[in-house]
Design a protein around this ligand. Structure first.
Ligand code: NAD
Ligand code: TYD
Length: 340
């Protein structure tokens, strides 16, 4: 199968490309990526010599380039990972989230419609919004996003579903839980906390740290996407996570214990505005395709922390370079102030 993987130089996209090429000898993959701060060629440095893989640098909002790329490579399937992805960045500068996540996805749908392609869209549990204790989101739940990031992802999901209904476009959607694993940009909590520990810097926990997340290993997410691509029902949505959540303080404990760090590094800082307290998904629908998670969330977080300890070559240039400006903007006041 010839596929274009948008956002394939990012965290989950690069793990997916490695996963897919590893299991499908006859695969052809075109990574189409704008190479924003989160898109890094080195995420696929072991694979660029593989003749089955190529890279096109471009914006998913560039309809002519997306169309030409799909035509030149005889693409049959678009897998859309490309997005602006960090909630805190969406609070600081939200408009680019609409440009890429909403308009960009819309452009991909148009190209899929013009050329008669299947489109698989990568979404998130954040589209369901805050989930009260005792409930687990199922795929038919209403969308109730609460951050600019989540709202842009929910809008994209609805466009994808509208194209299936209006034009009969063959689409599928997966909604992933918080992923952890190799090559995650260190703005996200687990790589941020792991690399802070390794740098001897404090760990900024928002508010009371009792927010709950399902920390799923990126490998399980990739396997879930594969299951949907190969066996999923066209037009359907599938949740992908472990179905088990933990508090951020529990996650921090795992990072500290795994890296043998001092719990005194933890600082409770001013909370994120509109911070969702809990995400939790029911993943039975994906299980019915024969998929099951291989990692429990505790193992997933510990293994991720170990990866950052072993791969300073990857994150040190980011942490000592471009990331600094964002880090100061997001954390300098929080970390220098008194209690939140
Ligand atoms: P990431 O931020 O690590 O990577 C995003 C990639 O998209 C980068 O390679 C970037 O260069 C590229 N990109 C951004 N704007 C683009 C544009 N306009 N045109 C082309 N490429 C562009 O993100 P990630 O964590 O790998 O997330 C991938 C997808 O999975 C996203 O759609 C995200 O919403 C979704 N998701 C992420 C998580 C998570 O925990 N990280 C959980 C569930 C769902
Ligand atoms: P994050 O990785 O940003 O994912 P999301 O907000 O999309 O779930 O954050 C995971 C959790 O960690 C979330 O509850 C916010 C919290 N968090 C902190 O407490 N401090 C931080 O510096 C960051 C980045 C996140």
């Amino acid at each position: 199968m010839n596929m274009i993987v948008t956002g394939g130089c990012g965290f989950i996209g690069s793990n997916f490309v490695r996963y897919w090429l590893g299991l499908h000898a006859d695969a052809r993959v075109v990574v189409y990526d704008k190479l924003t701060y989160a898109g890094r060629r080195e995420n696929l440095r072991d694979l660029w010599d593989d003749a089955r893989l190529s890279l096109v640098i471009g914006d998913i909002g560039d309809q002519a380039l997306v169309r030409r790329t799909c035509q030149e490579h005889s693409i049959q399937l678009i897998v859309n990972f490309a997005a602006e992805t960090h909630v805190d960045q969406s609070i600081l500068g939200p408009l680019v989230f609409t440009d890429t996540n909403v308009r960009g996805t819309h452009v991909l749908l148009e190209v899929a419609r013009e050329l008669g392609l299947r489109l698989h869209h990568i979404s998130t549990d954040e589209v369901y919004g805050h989930i009260p204790d005792g409930h687990q989101s199922v795929e038919t739940d209403p969308l109730a996003p609460r951050s600019p990031y989540a709202a842009s992802k929910a809008a994209a999901d609805q466009l994808v579903q509208a194209y299936a209904i209006t034009y009969g476009l063959p689409v599928t959607i997966t909604r992933g839980a918080n992923n952890v694993g190799p090559y995650q940009y260190p703005e996200k909590a687990v790589p941020l906390f792991s690399t802070n520990v390794l740098l001897g810097e404090p760990i900024p926990v928002y508010g009371d740290g009792l927010q709950m997340r399902d920390y799923a290993h990126v490998f399980d997410h990739c396997a879930g996407i594969e299951a949907v691509l190969l066996r999923g029902e066209i037009g359907e949505v599938y949740n992908v996570g472990t179905g088990r959540e933990m508090t951020n303080l529990e996650m921090v404990d795992i990072v500290l214990n795994t890296l043998g760090a001092d719990p005194g590094l933890v600082r409770h800082v001013t909370d994120r505005p509109g911070h969702d307290r809990r995400y939790s998904m029911n993943v039975d629908k994906l299980r019915s395709l024969g998929w099951a998670p291989q990692y429990d969330p505790r193992q997933a977080v510990a293994e991720a922390a170990r990866w950052y300890a072993a791969n300073a070559w990857w994150w040190e240039p980011i942490r000592s370079g471009e990331f600094r400006g964002y880090y100061d903007r997001q954390y300098a006041d929080r970390l220098s102030g008194g209690p939140p």
